[in-house]
Design a protein around this ligand. Structure first.
Ligand SMILES: C[S@@+](CC[C@H](N)C(=O)[O-])C[C@H]1O[C@@H](n2cnc3c(N)ncnc32)[C@H](O)[C@@H]1O
Length: 226
């Protein structure tokens, strides 16, 4: 199945907002670390509902915000949630970013990068469009150390790349990005029911759920262009 077919269906069934609600638990902490200055240009890769970029407009006064998504329905939904003239959504693929060299100050991506068909090439594309000293904040919940995420591939037909922390750092460096930071951000907001309520539909044990959210959380890798 194509990215477009898969995620158009998610968008039309309202899952863009569901993701926003869940991802915000950890995304907001990563977004707060981004060194976005007033007037700078930010790109949200795989923007879904577009909440992250809009937050950067609100909190950091980013000058221009682009959200790119491979699903036209996601981009359409994102556009419908704002009337801000400095925010724009484009349909495109991680393989060929429709931006000029050295034209973007910061790139953000939450729970999207690992869908890239050729992630090494996508990193090269990001390095190409970033201005010198620009940053790429890459946040993922699907990664090798998070053993609870491994089964996700069974539920989606798009091939997902499951790197570990080291592989993320190595791939960033290979693409010409310095690794400025790597960290995991726990999700302290998701409700974890009392022990007596387990097993749940998705979780056999409370310990597994605690490990998934409170210990592993979201892996953030930050790249900086020289
Ligand atoms: C799991 S959603 C995450 C959306 C949003 N970033 C969030 O935090 O809720 C992944 C998004 O990436 C987009 N996507 C996946 N692969 C893509 C690709 N190769 N090119 C462009 N967009 C892609 C999907 O259409 C989808 O909207």
């Amino acid at each position: 199945m194509s990215v477009r077919a898969e995620f158009d269906e998610w968008a039309t069934s309202g899952r863009d907002k569901g993701m926003e609600e869940r991802h915000w638990h950890t995304a907001k902490h990563a977004l707060a670390r981004m060194p976005v200055e007033p007037g700078e240009t930010v790109l949200d890769l795989g923007c879904g509902s577009g909440y992250a970029g809009r937050a950067l407009r609100d909190t950091n006064d980013a000058g221009r915000l682009y959200g790119l998504d491979g699903s036209p329905e996601m981009a359409r939904n994102a556009a419908s949630y704002t009337d801000d003239p400095n925010v724009g959504y484009v349909v495109g693929d991680f393989d060929a970013l429709p931006f000029a060299d050295n034209s973007i100050d910061h790139v953000w991506s939450m729970e999207a990068f690992y869908y890239a068909a050729d992630p090494e090439h996508t990193l090269e594309e990001i390095a190409r469009i970033l201005r010198p000293g620009g940053t790429f904040y890459c946040a993922v919940n699907y990664y090798e150390e998070n053993v609870h995420s491994h089964e996700w591939q069974e539920f989606i037909e798009i091939e997902m790349t499951r790197w570990d922390r080291t592989e993320y750092r190595e791939a960033f460096r290979e693409a010409g990005l310095h690794v400025a930071e790597q960290d995991t951000i726990p999700d302290r907001e998701i409700t974890i029911p009392a022990a007596a309520e387990f097993p749940l539909e998705d979780w056999d044990t409370r310990e597994a759920m605690v490990e998934r959210y409170r210990e592993f959380g979201t892996l953030l890798t930050v790249g900086v262009t020289p």
